[in-house]
Design a protein around this ligand. Sequence first.
Ligand SMILES: Cc1ncc(COP(=O)(O)O)c(C=O)c1O
Length: 378
Amino acid sequence: MEFDTLCLHANGDKRNGYGAIATPIYQSATFVHESVEEVSEYSYSRLSNPTRARLEKTVASLENGTAAFAFSSGMAAISAVMKLFSASDHIIASDDLYGGSLRLFRNVNMAEGMTFDFVNTADIKAVESLIGEHTKAIYAETPSNPLMHVSDIAALAELAHRYGLLLIVDNTFLTPYYQNPLDLGADIVIHSGTKYLGGHNDTLAGFAVVKSSELAERIAYVYKTIGAALSPFDCFLIERGIKTLPLRMDKISTNARTVARWLRCRKEVKKIYYIGFEDHKGYSISQKQSRGFGGMISFEVESRELAENILANVKIIQYAESLGGVDSLITYPMRQTHADVPEKERLERGINDRFLRLSIGIENEKDLIEDLRQAFEQ
Ligand SMILES: Cc1ncc(COP(=O)(O)O)c(C=O)c1O
């Protein structure tokens, strides 16, 4: 089956007895065993649930994985994956990451004894130079949030495997519609399902997807033990969202290209970070490893005053945290997604008081541009 068909039919079997087209929401904590000898397929919803199983089958198929695990948020998925490691293990991570992932690594995992080095994972030599005796994994977000660094997944996978490390890739920004890290050699793919997979800014969710059955077993053990499973109703919403993933991504990407080009022509815009521009540093890698550029654009305007004016005056585009939904959102990373990154580091990376991040939605592109124009000119 092709990708768009898989979004609807990957989970072929209808375990509902009535042939319902929509996945029934099995809102049950526990399941009856037929007899003392027979253990039913489902026993307790922290371990597995029929609604969740269908969603996990779909996500595993879209990422060409053997197993997917649906968590209550993207952060729950990343936290669970970090439980595969022990105190004193060392991980090399992208230096540009969603602020919550940085907070987890620095304030939780490091407090438990793990060590991390942060580096631009687009620079393979720099990554290699950090590999040491205790290194166990490379963790990359590509494209990264919010600076849009593009890392070469196949090259990172080759490096990781040469040294016996795992490669973990957060594929939230491009989704499996545009990029399949497992096919490029990654061992674990992470998604904040809250974003494009759900697609409607109405549900939190997260996924870890793997190819190897050995990793699947290890994650399944953590999964049932820590208990951060996605609820049946939320599974229903995410599965429903996935049905339109290709349609949404096509429209979002077209809109984003138009908005990025418009922003680039504004004299008030001093820097623009959009992976679809041919002069983006990672353009040739994107061409090689992905099938589209997605809907994320970051940009820096000439003054703090203008940045605040834009946030205060957009009308169709909403000033709100998060990304990947049908509604366009604008974020102030300094105050929101990256507020916990130490100021010095944040400023060195360019996440300053003039830096904004746009998540383009499915509105008409003319309305998005007109909305930005009037907000720029207030
Ligand atoms: C790239 C990326 N990964 C992970 C997360 C965490 O996901 P969640 O908010 O669903 O916990 C986010 C959240 O913004 C993100 O942008």
